[in-house]
Design a protein around this ligand. Structure first.
Ligand SMILES: [Zn+2]
Length: 132
């Protein structure tokens, strides 16, 4: 995993931190993070939609040897979570033994500290999934 890029953190702040997605005004498909062109109908008009934080685990893997920024957290589960809107996001599962993660596990996203970049002093916040 590459070191955290402060410019990228700033650019993605609104959508990532507020779970802001874009709902296509042409076909209704929700994209997260928001896009310029709808992947379904190529439309370019969107309305802002806030994602519901509840979802379920689709698939996951257990990380035993992680990047240095997460070395104190291993082992941990990294999962693809499908939210109620159908949006899929990849995030860490927190507050649960990785061996307990199962397909269909109900989870909810919570705002947590993700990593601290020692060099740049940037603390990145984001969402982790916890058992619902
Ligand atoms: Zn569309």
């Amino acid at each position: 995993m590459s070191p955290l890029n402060p410019a990228r953190v700033a650019r993605e702040f609104p959508s990532r931190y507020r779970l802001e997605a874009a709902r296509c005004e042409g076909c209704g498909v929700v994209s997260f993070p928001p896009r310029v062109v709808c992947p379904a109908c190529r439309g370019r008009k969107f309305a802002t939609a806030s994602l519901e934080p509840e979802g379920k685990v689709l698939t996951w893997t257990v990380i035993h040897v992680g990047p240095s920024s997460h070395k104190h957290e291993v082992p941990y589960a990294l999962a693809v979570v499908e939210l109620a809107d159908g949006v899929r996001i990849t995030c860490q599962i927190a507050d649960l033994d990785p061996a307990q993660v199962a397909p269909g596990l109900p989870v909810r996203l919570e705002f947590r500290r993700i990593q601290e970049d020692g060099e740049a002093g940037v603390i990145a916040y984001g969402h982790k999934a916890v058992p619902a």
